[in-house]
Design a protein around this ligand. Structure first.
Ligand code: NAP
Ligand code: ZN
Length: 353
């Protein structure tokens, strides 16, 4: 008998999120049942709830920065036990056969990973529902351990904002002596600053928001450039080895490309739409520069990032909200008014709507 779950869902692309009841599957032998405590609010939740990437499935229960306690395990699960503090990020399954899965890069599974919400389970073909809810049932391969050294509230955003910034910084071998810039100080951006600093880089923030400068320095920026000021942009021409671009909507890449040094790379993590306006190829040719992209990170890499955070005392700066305030939180994120990740206290689901 499937479990009836309380949560919050987007009924359609144009309707605010509201209280919603739905069913979770009975645990399979490899499943972990998790009572959710906290769930971070990612800008991807807004894109998908509003069908900005197309193909959204409704009703949609968003949420892929999930922290909770194990309340039951299937017969084959050896890695987790009742009471463990665990996390679930953006993926809940993948083919487990292809070369990418074999390398621990499940997010690049050739068949496509199964996303935590707004997708179909690859075994029973039923829709997946995310962490804006009281409980989730997930295969143990896609569950990670949360150290008791981490504050579980502040750890929730590590499951997406954390790994999405950690993975490209590691892949492009950022370390001591690297000159790194991060574009946009939101959920991803603030983790990008913290990680780049912890890896030993000299770190710059590009922001459109003059009011964020002091906080950016507290979060790890050595320098702050107001991207709307052409003089400040010109002053950093050919400066950076690596730029992490977290901007969630189309924007002109050309001024940023000119700030890359010889062989520098700009990595897109925020933009899923076509790049507009057009990229001036001269900016990439004359300087042997690259534009690349990166998606979240694999499960083993996510555990490595969480363990690094526990060891180095790194977590997100969070603003806790009740689930009843989720629509207001979305509006604030769209105005870049988030310091620096909203996290839903799932206990609030029990309050009257
Ligand atoms: P967020 O918290 O809303 O932060 C985005 C920041 O970008 C804003 O705070 C703002 O910073 C800046 N910004 C917003 N609009 C801008 C514009 N039009 N031009 C220039 N800068 C702008 O969003 P997030 O949760 O960090 O997510 C960022 C993007 O990454 C989203 O599109 C999300 O879907 C995507 N994402 C991708 C992956 C992946 O695997 N690749 C994973 C997670 C999320 P300032 O005020 O400092 O300018
Ligand atoms: Zn996300």
């Amino acid at each position: 008998m499937a479990l009836t779950i309380h949560g919050y869902a987007a009924p359609s692309a144009t309707t605010p999120l509201a209280a919603h009841r739905f069913e979770r599957r009975d645990p399979r032998p490899d499943d972990v049942v998790i009572d959710i405590l906290y769930c971070g609010v990612c800008h991807s939740d807004i894109h998908q709830a509003r069908n900005e990437w197309g193909g959204s499935i409704y009703p949609m229960v968003p949420g892929h920065e999930i922290i909770g306690k194990v309340s039951a395990v299937g017969a084959q699960v050896g890695k987790f036990k009742v009471g463990d503090m665990v996390g679930v990020g953006c993926m809940v399954d993948s083919c487990q056969q292809c070369a990418a899965c074999g390398e621990g890069l499940e997010q690049y599974c050739v068949e496509g990973a199964t996303w935590t919400y707004n997708d179909k389970d690859r075994r029973d073909k039923l829709p997946t529902f995310g962490g804006y809810s009281e409980r989730i049932v997930v295969s143990d391969k896609f569950v990670v351990s949360i150290s008791d050294k981490l504050d579980p509230k502040a750890a929730a955003p590590l499951l997406c904002a954390g790994i999405t910034t950690w993975s490209p910084l590691r892949h492009w071998k950022i370390g001591k002596g690297s000159k790194v810039a991060v574009i946009g100080l939101g959920g991803l951006g603030h983790m990008g600053l913290k990680f780049a600093k912890a890896m030993g880089a000299d770190v710059t923030l590009f922001t459109r928001s003059p009011g964020k400068e002091t906080e950016a320095r507290r979060l790890g920026a050595d320098h702050v450039v107001l991207s709307t000021d052409p003089a400040q942009m010109a002053a950093v021409t050919r400066q950076f080895d690596f730029i992490l671009d977290t901007v969630p909507s189309p924007h002109d890449l050309n001024p940023y490309l000119l700030t890359l040094s010889l062989n520098g790379t700009l990595v897109l993590v925020g933009l899923l739409e076509p790049i507009e306006p057009a990229v001036q190829s001269a900016a990439v040719i004359l300087g042997r520069r690259s534009i690349a992209g990166s998606a979240i990170g694999g499960i083993a890499e996510t555990q490595e990032m969480l363990d690094f955070c526990a060891e180095h005392g790194i977590a997100s700066d969070v603003e806790m909200i009740d689930i009843q305030n989720i629509n207001h939180a979305y509006e604030r994120m769209l105005k870049s008014d988030v310091r620096y990740r909203f996290v839903i206290d799932i206990a609030s689901l029990k309050k009257a709507a």
